[in-house]
Design a protein around this ligand. Structure first.
Ligand SMILES: Cc1cc2nc3c(=O)[nH]c(=O)nc-3n(C[C@H](O)[C@H](O)[C@H](O)COP(=O)(O)O)c2cc1C
Length: 228
């Protein structure tokens, strides 16, 4: 199968207001416009019927600090445990869906179910992204999400990994050589954290004080250079 993958924590809230989290690795972006994503879930999961019934869920990206919770939510069931309580996670009210989000996650993607395709072991849940919220402390002054600072993790063949060194950026293979070195260029664009920033000095320090969640609107999206 295809690896690495983002192991995401999907949060959901049933009609009685009880919330749960399920870890999913069979997840992906499937359309830019309209923004859509998909997750594949086995029918025997406790979360399966709830998502089908409510038609709503939130995809929460996972970080190094959330690795243990990510694993825990993937090996225990909401039938038996309150995963929010056990993992000391904070429920964050969503803006466009009733399903709660996970406050500790840097990115909360609110989804409304469009279609379910029963494939076999898993059903494919195709959903519209109706809102995206990003933790303000990971946005740089240009309105870009600083992925590196968020310490996102990847899942590959049964193991969790932190992301490593940046090897290039979208389209770099056909870009004309710049007079600046690649390192200086990347740092200037906010792609890499400078030594000063890693030590808590410099412009990042100011950003860290802003802990609010920012809704990613058209303006922020419009700044993106690469759309795939
Ligand atoms: C890293 C990881 C990835 C997983 N990916 C999926 C997946 O894509 N689809 C799925 O149905 N279950 C997946 N699981 C299993 C469910 O998360 C697990 O069965 C969970 O206990 C179900 O929770 P629930 O019963 O509260 O719904 C994954 C588990 C882990 C640890």
């Amino acid at each position: 199968m295809l690896y690495p993958l983002p192991a995401v924590m999907v949060s959901l809230t049933d009609k009685e207001g009880r919330s749960n989290i399920i870890t999913l690795a069979w997840a992906g972006t499937i359309c830019t416009n309209p923004p859509m994503l998909s997750v594949s879930i086995r029918p025997e999961r406790y979360s399966y019927d709830i998502i089908k019934e409510t038609g709503e869920f939130v995809v929460n990206l996972t970080t190094k600090a959330l690795t243990r919770a990510t694993d825990y939510c993937g090996v225990t069931s909401g039938r038996n445990v309150d995963k929010f309580k056990e993992m000391k996670l904070t429920k964050l009210e969503s803006e466009k869906v009733k399903a709660v989000a996970i406050a500790e996650s840097p990115v909360n993607i609110e989804c409304k179910l469009r279609q379910v395709m029963e494939l076999g072991s898993h059903s494919l849940f195709i959903a519209d992204v109706v809102n995206v919220r990003v933790d303000g402390k990971y946005m740089d002054e240009m309105g870009r999400f600083n992925l590196k600072a968020a310490d996102l993790i990847a899942y590959s063949h049964g193991r969790y990994y932190e992301l490593g060194k940046e090897l290039g950026s979208f389209g770099y293979s056909i870009k004309k050589t710049k007079s600046k070195t690649k390192k200086a260029y990347t740092e200037e664009k906010g792609g890499l954290r400078t030594k000063a920033a890693s030590e808590g000095r410099g412009r990042d320090t100011k950003k860290k004080e802003d802990k609010s969640k920012t809704t990613v609107g058209k303006k922020v999206k419009g700044r993106r250079k690469a759309e795939v």
